[in-house]
Structure formats: C-alpha cells, structure tokens
Design a protein around this ligand. Structure first.
Ligand code: SAM
Length: 221
C-alpha cells in the first residue's frame, strides 16, 4: 500500500453514492454484467444487485471475458445476489429506494424526467425478455430511453450507462459528489477492505473490528 494508492482509495470512497444502485434481473452474459459493473464504478455505485438467470446458472463473475470487460471494476463494486426480482424490488423499496424499471409501458417516462438525486435503483432486464411484468409493476416508475431507429432496444449495458450518467449529471449538479455520502465509519471500514483485501475477511470471521490506518494507509500497530 503506497500513500498515493491510499489517497486514491479515500478520494474514490468520498464520492461513492450509496443511494444509487442497479438491479440486474437475469442479465447473464459476462460481457454485459462486467460492462455494467464498470459503469457502476465510474459513477460511484457502492453496491449493485443482481438476480441470477432462472435456468439455474449462477452469475458468472469470472472468466476472461468478464475480467477483460470489467477492467477489474468488480473489485470495487459489491454485488448483492437476490433470488427473485419482485422480492428484490420490495426489499430495496423498504430501504427507501425508488425503483425505476427500464420498461416500456403505459406509465413509462423519458429517463431524463426522473429525479436521480433521490435514493434510486435502476432495474435492468434480461437481454432476451427485458424486465419481467411483475417487477416492472412493483417498481415505482418505468423509464425508457427514446429510440428513433429501426432497432427496438439498446444493449443492456449501453442503456445502463446512458441512465447512470444522467444520474451522475443530476447528482453533480446538486453537489452530491462534493461531500462524502458514506458515514465516517462506513468510509473507514470500506477503506480498510479496499486497502487490505487479503486481511479484511480474517477480521470479519473472527468478529474483530478492522485496525485503524494512519494517513498513509499503514496499519496502526
Ligand atoms: N426484448 C427485450 C424487451 O422486450 O424488453 C429487449 C431487452 S433489451 C435488449 C435489454 C435491457 O436493456 C432492457 O430490459 C432494459 O433494461 C435495457 N434497455 C434496452 N433498450 C432500452 C431503452 N430504449 N430504454 C430503457 N432501457 C432499455
């Protein structure tokens, strides 16, 4: 751990947006998953959510395709797995998130008309089927990126990036990247986990608090 590396970790964590997230509903292609995670890192998503494909396959966060497309972003964005999209939507709503499903319906609005300064989860659908009707119905709103071409939809990672950077634009305009959104305790703990990924699990297993770090990121003896 160099002081420069630790300073970068603190700088990135001070801009993390714990109130902005995505829920990937059965997005299963590794290059799409990894591209979405990479965008999440870029806009400051702390934790993403995913429902694995219904065919019983697990989410594939490994392999050359995933590694190559993610640019190692998966190290910096936790992914919380859920069994079912509707339950995941309700759980996020119970935590205070508005869930905006990327879904064409009678109540769909242009994605730019949504307020992403509120705690927001963007629900993204599977490549083949899109967002399920149940999850779209349970969501607080439906949003679409207007399409004027011959093709009906975008690649899911492109749609995710388009919407998340609109969220970033709105949050920049209201100063949400200017002050840490994580509490001092969350920031300190996350900084330890990112700085010492090999040591952190041991502390958690033993139920011990993480040790303090000095200004250069070294463990205080
Ligand atoms: N056949 C699917 C359908 O009917 O929804 C197309 C799914 S599309 C390839 C995969 C995902 O990308 C969608 O579920 C949505 O999350 C996102 N997406 C693609 N185009 C979009 C658009 N124009 N507006 C909003 N989201 C879009």
């Amino acid at each position: 751990m160099t002081p420069e590396r630790y300073a970068k970790i603190l700088r990135v964590l001070s801009r993390r947006q714990p109130t902005l997230t995505v829920l990937m509903d059965q997005v299963n292609k590794p290059h799409n998953l990894s591209a979405i995670i990479r965008t999440c890192d870029a806009v400051g998503v702390l934790e993403a959510h995913a429902v694995p494909p219904s065919d019983g396959r697990e989410l594939d966060f490994t392999g050359d395709t995933f590694e190559a497309t993610s640019g190692s972003a998966h190290k910096w964005v936790r992914v919380q797995r859920h069994v079912d999209a509707v339950q995941a939507v309700r759980g996020l709503q119970a935590r205070g998130f508005q869930v905006l499903a990327t879904h064409l319906s009678q109540r769909s609005v242009d994605y730019r008309d949504a307020d992403y300064t509120r705690p927001t989860c963007v629900l993204l659908g599977a490549e083949k089927w899109g967002v399920g009707e149940g999850a779209a119905g349970a969501a607080d709103g439906n949003i679409i990126i207007p399409m004027y071409g011959m093709v009906q939809s975008l690649n899911v990672s492109v749609a995710a990036a388009t919407i998340l950077f609109e969220a970033q634009r709105q949050r920049l305009a209201t100063g949400m990247y200017g002050a840490p959104q994580l509490s001092p305790t969350e920031l300190r703990e996350q900084a330890f986990e990112w700085s010492y990924p090999d040591l952190a699990p041991g502390y958690r297993e033993r139920g011990e608090p993480y040790p303090a770090l000095d200004d250069a990121g070294q463990i205080v003896p």
